[in-house]
Design a protein around this ligand. Structure first.
Ligand code: ARG
Length: 441
């Protein structure tokens, strides 16, 4: 049972948070007459030396400690005797563990925001170089319409922006302090929780102790944000894997983020991207764990809740690492604009040909059908829309004139998409400016 209940190998990540919570609690215990000022000083000094020794690797875990909270308490008692034995007065591990957890979450939330912000900056910087880099935009993984390569990169910027926003919003809900909630009913000692919250950097104490010790929705919220972020990253990774393959060669991942094959000397595999895609599976799994963990347990602390930490720590660490790796990939990405341009199939302008007819008064449905016929005719002749002779065009509609061939210039195609949110040069520039403002905010 000892082995089965042991969680120190996981929850020692809460060490620093637990020290901070202990020191604040020692302070609260002075107010309620459990500690004298001097005893509190003794406790705080002991915790500081425990913290130094721990980080210097000088401590071994006490044999009877099952989690980091009991380890810290044992170490304190080893150093301060009965003064240490008083530290758990009016407190439960139920409120202690979730207070630690929220402090840890706060730090990791900020770290993830910083990592996202750096990646977003790298994306905007790269976008600035590719505002008029013509790219064959795809839907269904089939060429759809010409777009600017920056436009694609900015799509990903906005996805990351929403994740960063989610993190900020999650903090407003998670940064409340459970300490003082006791096991379920509130501490039996009337500590000043407002003051404690202030000392520990929380916005306020939690409003209801039953809720505070029972719930882990702030854990699940972060598990979701990690999963959603990884899904965004994974899709971009998939795009890049495809576009860097021999069939496309639109981009190339720098050697630092690729590895060779152990067997085939010519290979440069996009391992960084494949790992991001692969790790997303695990982070999605962690979200499922978090939700499943809560769904059937009664509303109050139960030991099942100990299992919340491993998935949470894993998701945050893997997601932050993935964002940082992708940052490196983007900063060192090699882009081949010529290959992008040359890959453009003139059939890609079919929508513009239909719009051409629409501008001359043809209802869109008819124009769509007519251009569909032109596409089949071109395919039958082994030609493309751009090489189909004018008389063939005119056989389909006498509204076609020689200026129809101007449609096949990708640069002017982009110019027709200057709508806000569009892929035109001005629209993309506006998006870049907006992105810069979001980053400064
Ligand atoms: N290690 C436990 C956890 O992470 C805290 C222990 C509380 N145990 C208890 N029996 N009340 O949830």
């Amino acid at each position: 049972m000892e082995k089965f209940g042991f969680s120190l190998h996981v929850d020692q990540k809460l060490f620093d948070a637990d020290i901070a919570v202990n020191k604040a609690w020692a302070h609260a215990l002075v107010e309620v007459g459990i500690y004298t000022e001097r005893e509190k000083e003794q406790v705080c000094t002991a915790f500081e030396s425990i913290q130094n020794d721990f980080h210097a690797g000088l401590l071994t875990f006490p044999a009877d400690a099952e989690d980091i909270h009991s380890a810290n308490e044992r170490w304190l008692t080893q150093r301060c005797g009965d003064v240490g034995a008083k530290i758990h007065t009016g407190r439960s591990r139920n409120d202690q563990v979730v207070t630690d957890l929220r402090i840890y979450l706060r730090t990791q939330n900020q770290a993830m925001q910083n990592a996202l912000e750096a990646l977003q900056t790298a994306l905007v910087d790269l976008s600035e170089q590719h505002i008029v880099t013509i790219f064959p935009g795809q839907t269904h993984l089939r060429q759809a319409q010409p777009i600017s390569f920056a436009f694609y990169l900015l799509a990903f910027f906005y996805q990351l922006q929403r994740n960063r926003q989610r993190l900020r919003e999650a903090l407003t809900r998670c940064n409340k302090m459970p300490l003082g909630a006791g096991a379920i009913a509130g501490s039996g000692f009337p500590v000043d929780r407002e003051k404690l919250a202030q000392i520990l950097g929380f916005d306020a104490p939690t409003e209801n102790s039953y809720d505070a010790t029972a719930d882990r929705d702030c854990v699940n919220e972060h598990l979701f944000i990690c999963a959603q972020t990884m899904v965004h990253l994974s899709r971009l990774a998939e795009d890049f894997i495809i576009w860097s393959s021999e069939g496309f060669r639109f981009i190339e991942v720098d050697e630092a983020y690729a590895t060779g094959s152990s067997m085939m000397p010519q290979k440069r595999n996009p391992d960084s991207l494949e790992l991001i895609r692969g790790k997303s599976a695990r982070v999605i799994g962690n979200l499922t764990t978090g939700l499943t963990l809560l769904k059937g347990i009664p509303t109050a602390y139960v030991r099942d809740l100990q299992e919340d930490k491993e998935p949470l720590f894993d998701s945050l660490e893997q997601t932050i690492a993935a964002v940082q790796i992708l940052y490196g990939v983007i900063r060192s990405l090699i882009v081949y604009p010529d290959n992008m341009l040359n890959a453009i199939d003139p059939m890609l302008f079919a929508t513009d040909v239909a719009d051409y007819l629409v501008r001359k008064g043809v209802p869109f449905r008819h124009a769509h059908a007519l251009v569909g016929l032109l596409v089949s005719t071109a395919e039958r002749r082994g030609a493309s829309l751009s090489t189909l002779p004018l008389d063939i065009y005119q056989q389909h509609s006498n509204l076609f004139e020689a200026d129809v061939y101007q449609l096949f210039d990708p640069v002017s195609a982009l110019k027709k998409r200057e709508i806000s949110g569009g892929t035109g040069e001005k629209s993309v520039t506006a998006q870049i400016n907006h992105a810069r403002i979001l980053l400064e905010d």
